[in-house]
Design a protein around this ligand. Structure first.
Ligand code: FMN
Length: 408
């Protein structure tokens, strides 16, 4: 008969071994790439700590809390920071200036160390690392403990030029006021909201709200734990700029990461296209018919990472669509063959750096001609809008530019 494991006994043994882990050189790390949501290009890596206790891996979920409780997280934290500097230097030496940033975790316990900023500065100087190559990830819940002291320490770290990411965002109940005061560089949306996102309207609302807020505060957003193409489609369409997850890359050893980055670092083709067309409705659509177009269109666009805006007025449709080039082209072919409208004419097409309608799987407005006239700054009340827009692609573009600024 085996006796039940004494949780505390086992944990205290693990904690005691953890104290020795650094000296025994049992700690190691993996690098998980962070990629641009639109293109899949690697923009950064997160350094993830690994511990092999006498040859057996102990999960970070198990040993990090023990390291925090015993205080040895402070020394481990400095070791992690040194490894991040080492990786940043190696990337720069091997690939030059335009290399991925290195993100690393900082525990709330480390923020209590009065000389933290001084020590980190010393380590950066000894490795010759520029602070903007690094990103310090701090969980939302630890930011909210001991708020004023934390804020002072973060200000010191910021003064060194280090950038801050709020990790596990969405789970820690921080108030927006606190968030704005801390002025982080990046928000990482917790995987809890990403997993199964395409089937969960509540999570979609959370991700859309965080992305909208981040855009208005000019913060970067990373969606964590993206594992399927559908989840990627949704987070792209919501305007999350960066993605981390198994869909693209698992955590890799430094050697494997260097090989991978060497192979893929050539700039990927620009990944974001837009298209505007104008058409005439086959019959004047009522509200039910418009819904019959919009509802499936929104579901499809969301799953494919497309966003855009549709206007209907005076029997005219004018639509703006943006997303990955091939996906956009396939949809446009379906739209062209749709019997609910005719005389479909492409007005503008091209590549863009940024979405106009991030978070809008398909915005929609019906307009009275009168309102459109105001929107376009037109004087003549008797214009044939179809003819007018058709002759003037620049006007079509500025219509959507104007509406994207007023609606978001
Ligand atoms: C004015 C108009 C706009 C449309 N916009 C979209 C759209 O943004 N996304 C979408 O999936 N379908 C949209 N549709 C529906 C498509 O034309 C088509 O019915 C749908 O993609 C299904 O195509 P399929 O039957 O070839 O699979 C739109 C239709 C009309 C008439």
């Amino acid at each position: 008969m085996t006796l039940p494991v004494d949780q505390f006994g086992e944990n205290s043994e693990i904690a005691a071994d953890l104290m020795q882990a650094l000296a025994r050189e049992e700690l190691d790390f993996r690098l998980q790439p962070i990629v641009a949501a639109e293109t899949g290009q690697i923009q950064g890596v997160e350094l993830l700590l690994r511990w092999s206790r006498a040859g057996t891996e102990v999960g970070p979920d198990r040993f990090i809390p023990l390291a925090e409780a015993s205080g040895c997280i402070v020394d481990i934290g400095y070791w992690v920071f040194e490894q991040a500097c080492r990786v940043a230097v190696q990337l720069q030496e091997q690939f030059g200036e335009q290399t991925p940033y290195v993100a690393l975790n900082l525990s709330s316990r480390q923020l209590d160390e009065a000389d933290l900023a001084e020590r980190l500065q010393q380590i950066m100087t000894s490795y010759g690392v520029r602070p903007e190559r690094l990103l310090l990830e701090i969980t939302e819940s630890s930011l909210m403990t001991n708020l004023s002291q934390t804020r002072d320490m973060l200000a010191q770290l910021e003064a060194l030029g280090l950038r801050l990411a709020v990790d596990d965002f969405g789970t820690g109940y921080s108030s927006l006021a606190q968030l704005v005061r801390l002025r982080p560089h990046t928000l990482k949306i917790d995987r809890e909201f990403i997993s199964g996102l395409n089937h969960c309207p509540e999570s979609q609302q959370v991700v859309a709200a965080i992305s909208r807020m981040a855009r208005s505060l000019r913060l970067q957003v990373v969606a964590e734990g993206v594992e399927t193409a559908e989840e990627r489609g949704v987070v792209r369409a919501m305007g999350c700029g960066l993605i981390q997850g198994f869909l693209f890359h698992r955590p890799l050893s430094l050697a494997d990461f260097l090989t991978l980055y060497g192979q893929v670092r050539a700039p990927a083709p620009q990944g974001l296209d837009f298209l505007i067309y104008i058409s005439r409705a086959a019959v004047s659509p009522d509200a039910a018919m418009l819904q019959a177009i919009l509802q499936p269109a929104r579901a499809f666009n969301l799953s494919q990472g497309l966003s855009g805006f549709l206007f209907y007025f005076d029997n005219i449709f004018i639509q703006y669509l943006e997303g990955e080039g091939q996906v956009l082209e396939r949809l446009y072919q379906s739209i062209q063959g749709d019997p609910r409208h005719w005389d479909v004419q492409e007005m503008a097409r091209g590549q863009i750096d940024q979405r106009l309608f991030a978070g809008w799987e398909m915005g929609f407005q019906t307009l009275e001609g009168r309102l459109l006239r105001t929107q376009l700054g037109l004087a003549d009340a008797d214009q044939d809008y179809h003819q007018l827009l058709q002759k003037n692609p620049a006007l079509c573009c500025s219509l959507f530019e104007a509406i994207s600024q007023t609606s978001l």
